[in-house]
Design a binder for this molecule. Structure first.
Ligand code: ACM
Length: 469
């Protein structure tokens, strides 16, 4: 899954991504085409989706914490695919034996659509909403579903929403030959629905007792529209929080658990769990990576077993890696986030677990690093970087332990602010930094070859991680 909504990637970049994925036997590209930050697909008869919905203010830094845009900042950053672009991408993919699964993410994650057509919202004042440029719009402090600060949901109680989706899905179904259409369904907030008289009236009419049931009503209606276009309905695992017919397919993203439960109820499942398959998570120490709220190292990705014990394997349609792009600003970084973890997930999808072996796999990864170097593909060398562990010794002083994911790696270090090489002290066990040290620098070697990056870790940062002195 490639999220082309949070940051837009041109059709040439999508082709470049397809060229890279097929080398590792990925045969399906799920395009996340719509979100709060952009609507990326031309829909005839709904021109504002791409005149308004595809554009936002260009911002760089920590996406999610941006200063809200001012009215005079130009909304000229983004883009969309014309229907001809999509046909070209589909043909390019087909020539490489890749199918394309389109996703229209509703009812949440819909701010770009609402900014284009405010009548799709239940909330008064939605005419003032704008496509998100990376400012805060959700409060996650109480967990999922988030509390929305602006209403980014389509109104389930408004017939115009279903007419809108009918128009969109008619064209999506005609454009994409793949048998499924993905309708999202993840992370839909309920706090604006709770305030809506239209939603209250809908609940009364349909005999719904709990606000959570409203999404179930929406999903069943949307599924009917998808099927009327001759397609099968798939969505993120939240769509099964309400009763759905057995021919509803889910992508299990909140771990494996929801996929296992779905399969036990007879639903088809694609496994794409955060625990193993989230390519947007940080691969190495957060000091080296654009900051994301979670980490996923290569060796953990390699533990992915898409067909859990006790589940009918026929119901597990496949395994999928997800590249969300809030913190991915360009195609080079998309490559960096995908490789080498994409290799671990591909091998997990295609190989029986009895054939999987971490050291053997890793030696193959190293050969592929040489290939990626020649191809000038960006990839992450984080697997060579040490894992830092900061704790308190018995006297409450800082104790630093290091370990490595990659086998047969030596770590060299300094506390004197100079850059270590293999003639510096070699790490052999827990270290207590000198009293005056402010920086701990490390580098890794395989024999005489430098393999990791020089990492400069502030002692203050390690003290913070170790907790109270
Ligand atoms: C998701 O990661 N919200 C599907």
């Amino acid at each position: 899954m490639f999220d082309v909504a949070r940051h837009f990637f041109t059709k040439h970049e999508v082709k470049q991504y397809i060229d890279a994925m097929v080398k590792y036997k990925y045969n399906l590209l799920h395009l996340h085409l719509t979100d709060d930050e952009g609507w990326r697909l031309e829909i005839k008869g709904l021109p504002k989706l791409t005149d308004v919905g595809a554009w936002r203010v260009k911002k760089e830094g920590n996406f999610g914490d941006f200063i809200p845009p001012t009215p005079n900042e130009p909304r000229d950053y983004g883009g969309f695919y014309t229907q001809n672009d999509i046909k070209e991408i589909i043909q390019y993919a087909k020539d490489r034996y890749v199918d394309i699964l389109p996703e229209i993410d509703v009812p949440g994650h819909s701010l770009a659509a609402i900014a284009s057509y405010p009548e799709l919202s239940c909330t008064p004042g939605a005419e003032k909403y704008q496509v998100r440029s990376g400012e805060k719009i959700m409060d996650w402090s109480r967990g999922a579903p988030p509390i929305a600060l602006v209403d980014n949901t389509l109104c389930p109680a408004n017939e115009k929403v279903y007419a809108f989706l009918d128009t969109v899905l008619t064209q999506v179904a005609a454009l994409f030959p793949f048998e499924y259409i993905h309708l999202g369904g993840d992370e839909a907030p309920i706090n604006f629905w709770q305030k809506s008289d239209a939603v209250k009236a809908l609940m009364q009419r349909e005999g719904m007792k709990r606000i959570e049931e409203v999404q179930g009503y929406f999903e069943r209606r949307v599924k009917t529209i998808v099927e009327a276009k001759g397609k099968k309905f798939i969505g993120w695992d939240e769509i099964l929080e309400n009763p759905m017919p057995a021919n509803t397919t889910v992508m299990s993203w909140r771990g494996m658990k929801y996929g296992i439960e779905a399969a036990h109820k007879g639903h088809e499942v694609v496994m794409s769990p955060t625990t193993y398959a989230y390519l947007d998570y940080m691969q190495g120490d957060q000091i080296t990576e654009p900051k994301v709220y979670a980490s996923l190292r290569l060796n953990t990705s390699y533990e992915f077993e898409p067909v859990p014990k006790g589940v009918d394997p026929k119901l597990i349609k496949g395994a999928q890696a997800n590249l969300w792009t809030e913190q991915v600003y360009n195609i080079r970084q998309a490559e960096y986030m995908t490789w080498p973890r994409g290799m671990a997930i591909a091998e997990s999808a295609w190989s029986p677990s009895s054939k999987k072996n971490w050291p053997t796999f890793f030696s193959k990864v190293e050969n592929h690093f040489d290939r990626l170097d020649l191809a000038e593909t960006k990839y992450s060398p984080s697997v060579y970087d040490p894992i830092f562990k900061a704790t308190r010794a018995a006297d409450r002083s800082l104790a630093i332990s290091l370990s490595t994911e990659a086998p047969e790696i030596d770590i060299y270090y300094s506390f004197d602010n100079s850059e270590p090489d293999r003639f510096y002290p070699k790490y052999t066990g827990t270290l207590n930094p000198p009293k005056d040290a402010t920086m701990f620098k490390v580098v890794t070697y395989k024999g005489k070859k430098k393999v990791g990056r020089i990492i400069s870790m502030p002692i203050d940062e390690l003290n913070k991680r170790a907790g109270k002195r």
